[in-house]
Design a protein around this ligand. Structure first.
Ligand code: FAD
Length: 467
């Protein structure tokens, strides 16, 4: 049932939805597609019109690709010109190593990179095709219901306000989620970002097989580079936050200086013009949020955000949807209590599934130099021909704890200590102790989350660097 208020008069239209999804990007559209395909009457609401951008780079890996294939958009994604990536060129400290991007039989490929206005528009189109009621240019204003969420009040581009009623409201409305705020979802296990993201596109870089993504982390530097759609080549700099003053003073020059520090990537883009502006996101606090309650659920960034260093958010959203859609479908058929139980259980699964990767992302996004023991561990994995196990962590196929095991950590520390002088032995001891004690603290936080003080509950606003 939709109740329309026009100039204070309320008119009723004979429309009724099972699920209202707020936010139509890589969490919202896939959820709506899956629900509609199962016959669930679904409305998909986004304040933006598509194509439109969102502050995010856009690299996703094998499991995410499979989810997108199941949604029926893979041919369209390929037709954007975005190649399937089959190799990783890794630099970790002094170790430089090429490896195949690990895949399994039946995979679409290792990874892909499609700009958000392109990817998200394809997803919204697909939602329309499968019968989702898509309302873009429509902003969710508030939740409706008393005690139990019963829908969402929206305002369309003409200023008309409509009460959309639904048995479930799914907030897929990103980090600044209105649904989370209105539902009173508290954040927990918050982490601060130690780097800021800057990225730009280069035109006409020749891409020859094997198509390669460059993942370089050495000293304090962090560079990711990869071909993307439409013949463009993406370069991302994750700069430590103490360099923000330089970016603020001259973002273009500072960006190019950072690119020049990476000999491999700067050779690739040399002679090819930059196209478009420089993009940046300076603040990306990590968090979990309470993600289910009576008549509401949060999916994607609305419920959880991790440091973007390992580029997991898009595949995370798709992975969450793959589990949430069947839970909603099962719950809708069995009444309100069953629906709430399903979403609550899904939230517990999400937390358990995401915990290790959350802490791994925080470690990868740290501001300082690469820890010696981490570099040593990856060096040993390479010697043993097992570096693809680490890449498989990015694929969502291995938990970090199964690759960066305590035994490997202690082995790396022992080898370094034998090789090093007294000073470096002290550093190795400090690093190893730090890693082990962080691990203990994180296990505690996974079991007993720490809720943020009220002033930290809002995601800090992003400050765009003038390009
Ligand atoms: C700097 C940076 C780089 C990143 N790089 C990568 C990467 O390379 N790979 C990767 O996988 N992930 C990356 N991420 C993470 C990724 O961007 C997110 O995890 C992903 O966008 C989550 O998708 P979502 O659909 O949950 O939310 P969003 O993409 O934020 O979409 C939310 C949607 O909700 C809509 N909305 C919000 N409020 C309302 C409202 N009141 N009414 C109606 N609509 C509303 C918005 O218009 C928007 O369209 C990066 C993130 C950052 C910050």
């Amino acid at each position: 049932m939709i109740t329309v208020s026009v100039g204070g008069n309320r008119a009723e239209m004979s429309e009724d939805f099972d699920v209202a999804v707020v936010g139509a990007r890589c969490a919202g559209s896939p959820l709506a597609i899956k629900l509609a395909r199962a016959g669930v009457r679904t409305v998909l609401i986004d304040k933006d019109e598509f194509p439109s951008d969102t502050p995010s780079t856009h690299f996703f890996q094998a499991e995410g690709l499979l989810s997108l294939q199941r949604l029926g958009v893979m041919e369209r994604l390929k037709s954007t010109g975005a190649p399937i990536i089959s190799e990783a060129h890794n630099r970790i400290g002094d170790l430089v190593v090429r490896s195949r991007w690990p895949t399994r039989p039946g995979d679409v490929g290792g990874a892909m990179c499609v700009r958000r206005p392109v990817l998200d528009t394809i997803l919204v189109q697909r939602a329309r095709e499968v019968g989702v009621e898509v309302r873009t240019g429509t902003r969710a204003m508030s939740l409706i219901g008393n005690g139990r969420v019963r829908g969402v009040r929206v305002r369309d581009s003409t200023g008309r306000e409509v009460d959309v009623t639904a048995r479930l409201v799914a907030g897929a409305d990103g980090r600044g989620s209105l649904v989370a705020r209105q539902a009173g979802a508290r954040a927990y296990n918050i982490t601060a970002n130690e780097r800021a993201g800057f990225w730009a596109y280069y035109d006409g870089v020749p891409i020859t097989p094997p198509v390669t993504a460059y993942l370089h982390r050495w000293d304090e530097e962090f560079v990711i580079a990869t071909p993307t759609d439409s013949g463009l080549f993406l370069v991302i700099i994750l700069a430590p936050v103490h360099r923000l003053a330089a970016f603020r003073a001259d973002s273009e020059r500072t960006f190019e200086e950072h690119v020049a520090r990476d000999g491999v990537v700067s050779d690739i883009v040399a002679g090819h013009p930059r196209t478009g502006r420089l993009f940046s996101v300076l603040g990306f606090t990590g968090y979990f949020r309470e993600s289910a309650g009576p008549g509401w659920v949060l999916v994607g960034d609305a419920g959880h955000f991790k440091d973007p260093a390992p580029a997991q958010g898009i595949s995370d959203a798709l992975r969450q949807v793959d589990r949430l859609a069947p839970a909603i479908i099962a719950g809708l058929g069995r009444g309100e209590a069953a629906l709430d139980a399903e979403t609550e259980q899904w939230w517990r699964w999400r937390d358990e599934d995401a915990a290790e990767k959350y802490w791994f992302a925080q470690d990868l996004g740290r501001g300082g130099p690469v820890p010696l023991v981490f570099a040593e561990m990856t060096g040993r994995l390479h010697e043993q021909g097992r570096i693809t196990e680490l890449v498989d962590v990015f694929n969502h196929r291995r938990r970090p704890s199964t690759v960066l095991t305590p035994a490997r950590l202690l082995g790396a520390a022992a080898r370094l200590s034998l090789r090093g002088d007294a000073l470096s032995r002290q550093q190795i001891l400090r690093e190893t102790r730090g890693m082990l004690s962080r691990e203990m603290q994180r296990r505690r936080l996974n079991r007993q989350p720490v809720y943020a003080p009220m002033r930290q509950q809002e995601t800090p606003a992003e400050i765009a660097v003038p390009a």
